[in-house]
Design a protein around this ligand. Structure first.
Ligand SMILES: [Zn+2]
Ligand SMILES: [Zn+2]
Ligand SMILES: [Zn+2]
Ligand SMILES: [Zn+2]
Length: 242
């Protein structure tokens, strides 16, 4: 997948940028917004998958009164939630992990609550980096970076400014059609277009039984039972050939 490019559209003007260029571009829009918005504090936050040359990213505009737990909730809703696993932010400098359970009945200790119930303005500064992990079994690791701070409020609390467009992942068998299904027990071939998935089902018992998952625009694709997010669903599917 080395040759796959990661691009995102600016949700203000619809222009397309590389992963490297979109954050800077969005800052120019936010500076304009800052001239007309109510005074307050807000952050331009980049979230990306924490692997070398990771391809998945989100750019968020987050209000200073938004809670860390609400960022956790947003990440679960757009990218992660399969069955309510535990998650945590870690500040690499403090080497401390702050955890949260998504299941209401579960308890977490007071320290954890305090961090997750803190507002972003208490935790984030320009250039703050936090590690985020979802599920301590089959972990999905993300990186949060504060790209810029603005002296105005973000009325929505959390606003999605950009995310990577569905990646150009092709079928491992025919190489011609976009992959739509992943077999989680097979390696190479493991990604199939709809047609080739039918062929694979004939040779792979697991696939026919339980190991088939949809290709999703998320770093949690193919993990646990992840089958898609609840927000921005139109960019959650497979890429469309031009
Ligand atoms: Zn733009
Ligand atoms: Zn799960
Ligand atoms: Zn195919
Ligand atoms: Zn298989």
């Amino acid at each position: 997948m080395d040759t796959i490019e990661s691009v995102g559209k600016c949700f203000f003007c619809n222009a397309e940028f590389s992963k490297a260029g979109i954050s800077r571009h969005l800052n120019t829009h936010l500076k304009q917004q800052a001239k007309v918005m109510k005074p307050g504090i807000s952050f331009h936050v980049r979230i990306e998958d924490d692997v070398p040359r990771g391809l998945y990213f989100l750019n968020l505009w987050v209000d200073g009164d938004t809670l860390m737990a609400e960022i956790d909730g947003f990440l679960r809703a757009i990218w992660l939630d399969c069955c309510g696993h535990m998650s945590a932010f870690t500040n690499p400098k403090e080497r401390k992990r702050y955890s949260i359970f998504d299941v209401d009945a579960m308890e977490s200790d007071d320290d954890d609550d305090e961090f997750m119930e803190s507002s972003t303005k208490e935790i984030l500064k320009k250039d703050t980096k936090l590690k985020y992990e979802y599920d301590f079994g089959s972990t999905t690791s993300l990186l949060l970076t504060v790209k810029e701070v603005f002296p105005v409020e973000c009325p929505a609390g959390i606003e999605l400014l950009s995310r990577n467009e569905p990646l150009e992942i092709m079928c491992d068998l025919c190489g011609k059609e976009p992959a739509a299904v992943i077999c989680t027990t097979c390696y190479d071939p493991s990604l199939f277009c709809k047609k080739c998935a039918k062929k694979h089902a004939k040779t792979c018992e697991d696939f026919a039984d339980y190991s088939s998952l949809p290709v999703i625009n998320s770093p949690r694709m193919g993990v646990c039972g992840y089958d898609g997010g609840r927000i921005d669903k139109k960019r959650d599917g497979i890429f469309v050939k031009k």
